[in-house]
Design a protein around this ligand. Sequence first.
Ligand code: UDP
Ligand code: MG
Length: 317
Amino acid sequence: MEKPRLAIIVPCFNEELCVKSTVEQLLNVLNKLVSDEKIKPDSYIYLVDDGSVDKTWKIIEEFHNKNKLIKGLKFVRNFGNQKALLAGLDCVRAIGCDCAVSIDADLQQDEWAIEKFVDEYMKGADIVSGIRNDRKTDSFFKKITALMFYKTMNILGAKIPPNHSDYRLVSKRALDILEQYPEKYLFLRGFFNEVGLKTAYVNFDVKPRMAGESKFNFVSLMGLALNGITSYSVVPLRFVAVLGFCMALFGFLVGVETVIEKIFWHNSPNGWATTIILLCVFGGIQLFCLGLIGEYVGQVYREVKARPRYIKDIELK
Ligand code: UDP
Ligand code: MG
């Protein structure tokens, strides 16, 4: 196989503290891979500015003016990390590349693992997924919620390996398939796992964030998790149906029991507390299920409007 033209995609949101050294370090990686004859010399870095309000874009422009192998795209506003990644993948496909790696702007992922990614690609993998060795740098809360998310996804049938991240290499072939997916809220981890292309795994070490703060909060992480679940599984909807059936059956049996007691023992049950408890429990379950169905309706609603995934402001090719 011929050595590939590699594109490195970096989503950046208010990363003025990180982006300069990140680009320099990624250039080191590119130069090393080029001198080792593992990738073509026209391999490049593609930075997607997800509507930053700090100096991020200015720094990207300065790099581009000095070195055309540093390209970029700016969104008109913040669209979120998944959209920035999607835009990066779309754009490098348009510019041209044989494979693309996505990595975070804070270089929490070990950038030297890219070499192993390329090796796996040369062995024939279309997708090379980075797997974190551990989650040492994550807070306890993030560890727990991430574990819960991957467990839930597995139970629901979308088998995403735990400790998976958006650090991965994808081939041109995978990019071409991605292009055929019109979903606006595509969940990339689910997608690359589901397409069925040959996948390899590479372990990498996680580092603490280089500078600045995490750009994710509880609400955005929950949004990502819910999007992942509702895009890749309808099991929760079936669960609601089964639960409804069980509750109805329970109600029916209690009804029969009450009538029998009344007829044969002339007992009029006086369960005020029981009534209130059952009312609250069943009311709660009903609202929960309604909310759950609402998540899917919301997903349909967002997709059916078919708004653009993101809006480009400036592109540096
Ligand atoms: N990011 C983005 N848009 C957002 C939030 C984050 O492009 O709305 C980028 C961010 O600049 C970084 C990557 O996504 O390159 C991962 O974000 P971060 O490191 O803050 O997340 P964490 O590592 O804490 O999960
Ligand atoms: Mg990070």
